[in-house]
Write a protein that binds this ligand. Structure first.
Ligand SMILES: Nc1ncnc2c1ncn2[C@@H]1O[C@H](COP(=O)(O)OP(=O)(O)OP(=O)(O)O)[C@@H](O)[C@H]1O
Ligand SMILES: [Mg+2]
Length: 447
């Protein structure tokens, strides 16, 4: 029977929780004070801890701090009537997996308890997931603990509170939109709208009216007045996705609106004051396009006040496991397959792959894996069959045997390095070659 420890200074809450835990066939150990609970935990292991935050003498936060010295892993769920965002964030930093506001909903609590208990089942995953906890709530859905992603998080926190324009660059699928949303969520504008506009998806002549709105009769088909995205985003954030695709004539108009903070709907000479923060994104190299005249330099400087560059996934392979596990859980739940797990070998395989489509490609792959999954754990063979180029050499018409062999060799070495965290000696062992041979091959392939 799994054992759950609960701490709450209120006798009635303890009673209710104990009844609930019993109903879930769980053994409960209830304590009135954090001191008593810690005393117990010094000698015993439990599978889950439920704690109140506001308690006399030692409060919930201090309790968690001391608990973490005894047990780094046990999932903690915080129950509190004083669940302000700050204390919740602080609790999350100390490794709380979740929190619930009192008076709590019994069903919600039950789900939460079940979910938290599952956490200790998958120890590998637990480790990866916990790395995600140490950050503000708006980062919650951005997974990544690599040093380039830490830098990104820091930049987001710095720029979010300001009104500065932000340009987010990076290859396709690196998470540009996710970052744009996080900036909005962490900004003082978060109560107002985040309005995304994809400059590629909209036919050129419609883009202007999308941006600034139009009045009735402005052009054929304009049957009524229509508000543009600028007005919709008033007080909030306008996200200009793929800004590099906007045609130059429209760029001039956009520049004027940004400079003056005033929009003129198409077909009218009304001037509407707007207060909009601009976040834009592009996968193109706008600097060089400015030099070649494809993008207005003055607009570029307006948009590029603050730059966030998202690194490709292949440059932050240590993020692959956390992302894979997160997506797998998400799709596992969605498809009613419960919590799906990935074994270490499958993870190593994923880490060694090229990810030209970056996080999006990984996400799609995990979705397919979840669809095809039979049991609780995705077998390595399934992952292998889903990864292009790892099952068989690519049929690219190349019949030069030495080239094909070299290609397989290079990829295998990359995978071995990824699987051993770049430890050359271990990688050589895994590959079944000597370390010196490995070094010479690394040199040969420029790795
Ligand atoms: N760090 C991350 N953590 C979790 N999910 C991520 C992360 N980065 C990207 N994703 C997910 O990957 C997908 C692609 O991300 P997003 O749409 O933000 O990429 P993008 O850079 O805007 O790509 P594109 O240039 O193709 O528009 C989304 O489903 C997003 O939720
Ligand atoms: Mg995008």
């Amino acid at each position: 029977m799994k054992r759950v420890l609960l701490v709450d200074d209120d006798r009635r809450t303890r009673r209710v929780l104990q009844i609930l835990l019993e109903r879930l066939s769980l053994e409960s150990q209830a304590f009135e004070s954090a001191e008593d609970a810690l005393e117990y935990l010094r000698g015993e292991k439990v599978e889950l801890v439920l704690t109140d935050l506001k308690m006399p003498r030692v409060d919930g936060i201090e309790f968690m701090r001391r608990l973490r010295e005894l047990d780094e892993e046990v999932p903690i769920v915080v129950l509190t009537a004083y669940g302000t965002v700050e204390t919740a964030v602080e609790a999350m930093k100390l490794g709380a997996v979740d929190y619930l506001a009192k008076p709590f909903d019994v069903d919600a609590l039950e789900i939460l308890i079940r979910r938290s208990l599952e956490l200790s089942r998958y120890r590998t995953e637990n480790r990866y997931l916990r790395e995600q906890v140490d950050r503000p709530a708006a980062f919650e859905n951005i997974v990544g603990d690599s040093s380039p992603m830490r830098d990104v998080f820091e930049l987001i926190s710095k720029v979010a509170p300001t009104r500065s324009a932000v340009l987010i660059t990076g290859e396709t699928g690196t998470g540009k939109e996710l970052v744009a949303r996080a900036i909005h969520k962490l900004s003082p504008r978060s109560e107002k709208l985040f309005v995304p506009l994809n400059c590629t998806a909209i036919p050129r002549d419609l883009l202007e009216s999308e941006l600034f709105g139009h009045v009735r009769g402005a052009f054929s088909g304009a049957h009524a007045d229509r508000e543009g995205k600028f007005q919709a985003a008033d007080g909030g954030t306008l996200f200009l996705d793929e800004i590099g695709d906007m045609e130059v004539a429209l760029q001039a108009k956009l520049l004027r609106v940004i400079q003056e903070g005033v929009v003129e709907p198409v077909g009218s000479n009304r001037r509407i004051l707007v207060d909009v923060r601009i976040v834009s994104s592009t996968h193109r190299d706008l600097e060089s396009e400015t030099r070649e005249g494809g993008f207005r330099e003055d607009l570029f400087y307006r948009l590029n006040v603050f730059r966030i560059e998202l690194p490709p996934l292949r440059d932050r392979r240590e993020d692959v496991p956390g992302l894979a596990v997160t997506f797998l859980r998400e799709f596992g739940q969605e498809f009613g397959k419960g919590d799906l797990a990935l074994g270490e070998r499958a993870i190593a395989l994923l880490k060694g792959y090229g990810w030209r489509g970056n996080v999006r490609e990984l996400r799609n792959l995990m979705e397919r894996a979840a669809v095809l999954a039979d049991g609780d754990e995705i077998p390595e063979s399934l992952v292998r069959s889903l990864l292009p180029g790892t099952a068989e050499p690519e049929p690219d018409g190349n019949l030069d045997l030495s080239l094909a062999v070299a290609d397989v060799e290079r990829r295998t070495i990359l995978r071995a390095l990824a699987a051993t965290n770049d430890n050359k000696a271990e990688a050589a062992t895994v590959l079944g070659i000597g370390e010196r041979t490995l070094w010479s091959k690394l040199k040969k392939y420029g790795l």
